[in-house]
Design a protein around this ligand. Structure first.
Ligand code: PAF
Length: 280
């Protein structure tokens, strides 16, 4: 596996892809089984696999955990190689955001609700860095996890609105045995907080079941909130049932919906979601 740090090195490689298919997995490192499943899928579906590791400062708010975000680069390199990456692209923030940088990408409506309300500017940072990375790597397919449901929708819209020659591939959420969605930040949960995180995951699964069997959004939301409010040291950012395409809130589910939650348990902000299809 080749490690590329400079933008010119990446551009020179990607200008020589020729007709070969290239799968790209953008990450912020601290790779876990969720990322590895994306890399393995990219491996199965493409001739060349590129993984990026870049903790993107522009998607963190001023009081968020940018400086504390885990950066185990040596372990990431090993894991990416074992999962089948050919190239690990690890640019610096100074190279991606040089002095004078001032061009931002705003996927306007999809960035507003849910996490957008609690993390102003977050999706602008995500959309901007994803577009920059796609321009540098020039992949045929780019792989995103459905855990970050809103991010996936924002990126898919960005690719379609800007006519990017890439297919955005969504991959299912990977969960630990206790049901908690895998996330790089989970390492900061104490055992007691981890237990509570598992309760949140169970509550969402049950709520999805309730919506499916009874179509009842309000009962489902009430149940999840009751569980979350009983968790010590837990702050709810949101629990909502939304249209999976537009992310607008729905009160009656006709066909498909997604129930999404973001909570802080102790020091960790957890997000999770469940897709529901009614009538089958
Ligand atoms: O999901 C992530 O890890 C990041 O938001 C991404 C897509 C790599 C952009 O920084």
């Amino acid at each position: 596996m080749r490690i590329v740090r400079s933008l010119s090195g990446m551009q020179s490689l990607s200008s020589r892809w020729g007709g070969r298919s290239v799968g790209f997995v953008p990450t912020m490192g601290a790779l876990h089984e969720g990322h590895l499943s994306l890399i393995r899928r990219a491996r199965r579906e493409n001739r060349i696999v590129v993984v990026s590791v870049f903790v993107n400062p522009s998607q963190f708010g001023p009081r968020e955990d940018f400086s504390k975000y885990p950066r185990p680069f040596a372990a990431d390199t090993r894991l990416a190689r074992l999962a089948g990456a050919d190239v690990l692209f690890a640019p610096s923030a100074a190279a991606l955001y040089p002095p004078g940088f001032q061009t931002w990408v705003d996927v306007s409506s999809l960035s507003q609700p849910l996490c957008g309300r609690f993390r102003p500017g977050h999706f602008r940072g995500v959309a901007t860095v994803v577009l920059k990375l796609l321009n540098l790597v020039r992949p045929s397919r780019a792989y995103f996890g459905e855990k970050d449901f809103q991010q996936w929708r924002v990126v898919r819209r960005l690719a379609s609105d800007l006519n990017l020659p890439v297919r955005i591939v969504a991959c299912p959420i990977r969960r630990a045995d206790d049901g908690v969605a895998l996330s790089s930040r989970n390492v900061y949960l104490s055992p007691a907080q981890r237990f509570q995180a598992a309760r949140m995951a169970r509550a969402l699964r049950m709520a999805a079941g309730l919506i499916k069997s009874r179509g009842s959004v309000s009962v489902a939301l009430r149940n999840v909130k009751r569980v979350l409010r009983s968790i010590p040291d837990c702050r709810i950012d949101y629990v909502e049932v939304a249209d999976p395409e537009t992310l607008a809130p729905v009160s009656v589910v006709k066909r498909k919906a997604v129930i999404l939650a973001a909570v802080r348990i102790g020091p960790v902000r957890l997000i999770d979601n469940r897709l529901v299809t009614v009538g089958r």
